[in-house]
Design a protein around this ligand. Structure first.
Ligand SMILES: [Zn+2]
Length: 256
């Protein structure tokens, strides 16, 4: 790191001014174009909290770390990037061919459909390495046969990767499931309201069953379970997997 290229002031305006100075040496580069764009954004937002830490003037580094606070605190993202470097080194130290193998082709035999909740990451929970599980996640692990994102993942997993197992994983304490059960909320999330409509339908369809449960936690847990069952059913009913089963492809217990 070159000290003279470090932007030392923390204020927004001075950071932008320093970027102007550094820009001279970065003329016609990709970073220069990025700085122009960022400067415009910073000026538009006119928020001194946006840029809160010294920035390395190295073009590539600056391009990747000059991120507004509303997306990521710069200090945090630096820590994340550093963790990534440490992790990569650890992997190579343990297996010098690790990344060479990954660069060839992924061959996961498992598709995981789970919740976007940061507490339920597929690889860590299953203790699997990169390359060992193909993953689709969304809020509340919902599988809808109208969701082109999920269906694309399903098609690729079945028809290209030839996965042998599909896991739909829900989890207790799911914020999406709990939100869907509220008649009123302080949150105004109209898109998520649409997304979770299927959970509200499940809740209404099983209204009598829910009445038998005494407390909110039991009800939320039950809806988590119903939701997983419903998503599994939707996977099984989908034409992609139906076609594969009909053709004798080994997936999740059938034809195996
Ligand atoms: Zn969840």
């Amino acid at each position: 790191m070159d000290n003279k290229n470090q932007v030392k002031d923390n204020s927004t305006q001075q950071d932008v001014k320093s970027l102007d100075t550094n820009k001279t040496s970065l003329k016609n580069s990709r970073a220069s174009l990025a700085f122009d764009m960022l400067k415009r954004n910073v000026n538009d937002l006119n928020d001194s909290s946006m840029l809160s830490s010294p920035i390395n003037a190295d073009a590539e580094t600056q391009f990747h770390t000059f991120t507004p606070n509303f997306l990521f605190k710069i200090s945090d993202i630096r820590g994340v990037l550093q963790k990534n470097k440490i992790w990569a080194k650890k992997m190579v130290d343990g297996d010098s061919e690790f990344f060479n193998r990954l660069s060839l082709q992924q061959q996961p035999k498992l598709l995981w459909i789970g919740c976007s909740d940061s507490r339920v990451p597929a690889n860590q929970i299953l203790s699997l390495q990169p390359g060992e599980v193909f993953v689709h996640r969304n809020i509340a692990n919902v599988v809808l046969n109208s969701d082109i994102n999920c269906l694309s993942v399903l098609q690729f997993a079945i028809e290209v990767l030839k996965v042998e197992h599909i896991i739909v994983c829900g989890h207790y304490g799911c914020g999406g499931v709990a939100y869907s059960m509220k008649e009123k909320s302080d949150l105004d999330l109209p898109i998520i309201d649409i997304w979770l409509r299927t959970l509200k339908d499940l809740f209404e369809d099983h209204e009598e069953d829910f009445k038998l449960l005494k407390d909110d936690k039991a009800k939320t847990d039950f809806l988590c379970e119903l939701n997983v069952a419903n998503s599994v059913l939707n996977v099984c009913r989908n034409s992609i997997i139906q076609k594969a089963w009909k053709a004798g492809q080994k997936i999740s217990g059938k034809n195996s």
